[in-house]
Design a protein. Structure first.
Length: 355
């Protein structure tokens, strides 16, 4: 059987479906993992599913794409492990590791059937993508949950599917990077923070409908120019001064919306229970009122209170976003959050005559 696994890897790389099917019938193992001993600790760990996923054709090549999907489906039906990790790294440890599911996500988030295919075959909806960098100047690590990938591209149905299969709505994406020249990064954000940064009302409403913590703290690093000039360009020389000053920022989705001057998002968050009391911190402390400045629209949004009587006065975009989220929540039988916003909108969305 072992003799058939190498040809299976080659057939997967060539997306040769008839050969793959023949090899599997003859006993080749779709779960086979090739993990050769690398030079000085380098890694090139992979299986036939990883190899096939890397050969995705361009999306305008319909026939080739259909064949690729068939190859992937065939390997999955032959018990290829969707959560098996492929590792590519050099002797320094620089590189990345990703499960087959993670590798499929860029296509899966836009094609619901493909996403469901992986989930039905045991894909972990809480899978994270990891990437590490180790060089003379920089050491860093990034971990990004699958959910964030779908939120980033604004795919509501993909997010809904992942949440239905158990994706943690408040999982954090994290990045830590230490750089000799001072360009450090320390970042943590939930899917709600990401949606808020994208100004995606519908996505924020959907995440809130699934119970996202509206007051969760996001951490990130801002780089500001350092007015002090360094006497040397070598960061390892005595007296070196970084050209940037790193400011560690802590803020909520509400702070993000206020900084972006997105009044509709401010309204949505406030009426979903966002607390206006916490201060935004970046070395200094700034209140939500201070973030509004003289912008009357933001000030009014910060003071927004949702009620049945005022429902028609609220921005149409907010009402439509919440309505969309509610329709998805009701279709999937999610419990509606105990906030005034969702209660009132659910009341207005209910068919006439319903109790």
């Amino acid at each position: 059987m072992g003799d058939l696994n190498r040809p299976l890897m080659e057939a997967a790389a060539a997306l040769d479906l008839p050969v793959i099917q023949d090899l599997l019938k003859r006993g080749a193992d779709a779960r086979f993992i090739d993990d050769p001993e690398g030079v000085w600790g380098s890694r090139a760990r992979k299986g036939p599913l990883h190899v096939a996923l890397r050969q995705q054709p361009q999306r305008d090549k319909t026939e080739e794409l259909a064949n690729w999907i068939s190859v992937v489906r065939t390997l999955l039906e032959a018990k290829a492990d969707v959560n098996e990790v492929s590792i590519n790294s050099d002797w320094r440890g620089c590189g990345s590791e990703a499960s087959a599911f993670d590798m499929a996500m860029p296509f899966a988030v836009e094609h619901g059937d493909f996403l469901e295919l992986f989930l039905q075959h045991g894909a972990d909806p809480n899978t994270k993508r990891y990437h590490e960098v180790h060089s003379m100047r920089t050491d860093g690590r990034t971990e990004i949950p699958i959910l964030h990938e779908a939120v980033k591209v604004g795919q509501l149905e993909a997010v809904r599917t992942l949440l239905d299969h158990g994706a943690a709505v408040d999982a954090y994406a994290k990045e830590q990077c230490f750089n000799e020249r001072g360009f450090n990064r320390n970042e943590e954000e939930t899917a709600l923070h990401l949606a808020a940064m994208n100004g995606d009302l519908a996505m924020c409403a959907l995440l809130l409908a699934r119970g996202a913590n509206v007051n969760a703290i996001c951490k990130r690093t801002e780089h500001h120019a350092n007015p002090v000039e360094s006497p040397t360009d070598d960061p390892r020389s005595e007296g070196f001064v970084s050209s940037v000053i790193c400011k560690e920022v802590e803020e909520t989705a509400l702070h993000v919306a206020l900084r972006s001057k997105h009044s509709e998002l401010v309204t949505l968050l406030r009426c979903s229970g966002a607390d206006a009391m916490p201060l935004r911190r970046d070395g200094e402390s700034t209140s939500c009122v201070e973030l509004c400045g003289d912008d009357e629209t933001l000030i009014q949004a910060l003071q927004a209170e949702w009620s049945p009587e005022k429902h028609h006065l609220f921005p149409a975009e907010v009402r439509e976003s919440v309505k969309t989220a509610l329709l998805i929540a009701q279709r999937q039988k999610w419990p509606v959050p105990e906030t005034v916003l969702f209660k009132v909108c659910a009341m207005f969305a209910a068919p006439e005559g319903s109790g």
